[in-house]
Design a protein around this ligand. Structure first.
Ligand code: DC
Length: 229
């Protein structure tokens, strides 16, 4: 058990990235956005060969020259490079999210990315966000959160984000896409999305970011007091 690892899992659009980064800031911990590793690997593979069936037939061969580097710039962003090229921005599209969800089913891809995630640990504190942080990659974390929210609320948030970026989208379509991705992430055989047995579940549908943050900080502080008592 490690008191220096805090995990946030949950489906997309629940606000876990925002909260996880705020928590990392608060405690001076490192932050890991594991989804960006899946997105970067998927995009790089797609750039090499857009036929995923062919890629998956011989994945090791397609991944053997791929090197992913990432770092958290405190208070700013999670930066990710593939073979030296900055992928931080171009992985943020819905298309790449769908590719990532496809690649995430594959055990070889998961194993490869798990090594990167474990190597990121360096004895200082870590806040990790993703789908299997508490159930698989950092099972030893003793503060685990699972954030959830209704698909409608998550789609509304995404719609507003897109609007802010000047991108038009429609709600029913976003709901449909989120439902498909939830299904793929929850029903896959390898490390499906689910709450860890010891996770605290928070429904963020009807509470603000600052309320979610306050809740998590209270829980973390209580746990920390217990650990050091
Ligand atoms: O969190 P995100 O939307 O950036 O993640 C993109 C996809 O990557 C997600 O649909 C499933 C996959 N993923 C995963 O399988 N395990 C993780 N720990 C993080 C992401």
């Amino acid at each position: 058990m490690s008191s220096n690892i805090i995990t946030f899992d949950g489906p997309s659009g629940v606000g876990k990235g925002t909260i996880a980064m705020m928590v990392a800031e608060k405690f001076g911990y490192k932050y890991l956005d594991s989804g960006s590793l899946y997105r970067s690997l998927a995009l790089k593979l797609y750039e090499k060969n857009n036929n995923f069936d062919t890629v998956l037939e011989n994945l090791d061969q397609w991944t053997n020259d791929i090197i992913i580097d990432f770092k958290y710039i405190k208070g700013q962003k999670f930066q990710i490079f593939v073979n030296g090229e900055d992928y931080s921005e171009k992985i943020r599209t819905e298309q790449v999210a769908i590719l990532a969800s496809k690649i995430a089913k594959d055990k070889r891809a998961r194993d490869m990315l798990e090594v990167y995630q474990r190597n990121y640990l360096d004895g200082s504190g870590l806040v990790a966000d993703g789908r299997d942080m508490g159930t698989k990659v950092f099972r030893e974390a003793n503060i685990k959160f699972y954030l959830t929210a209704s698909v409608e609320k998550r789609a509304e948030r995404r719609l507003n984000q897109l609007k802010d970026q000047g991108i038009s989208a429609n709600l029913p379509n976003l709901i449909h896409k989120l439902m498909l991705r939830d299904k793929a992430d929850m029903e896959r055989i390898n490390s499906p999305l689910m709450p860890a047995k010891d996770a605290v579940i928070i429904d963020t549908s009807d509470i603000s970011v600052s309320e979610v943050f306050d809740k998590t900080i209270n829980i973390i502080n209580k746990r920390k007091r217990k650990i050091y008592e």
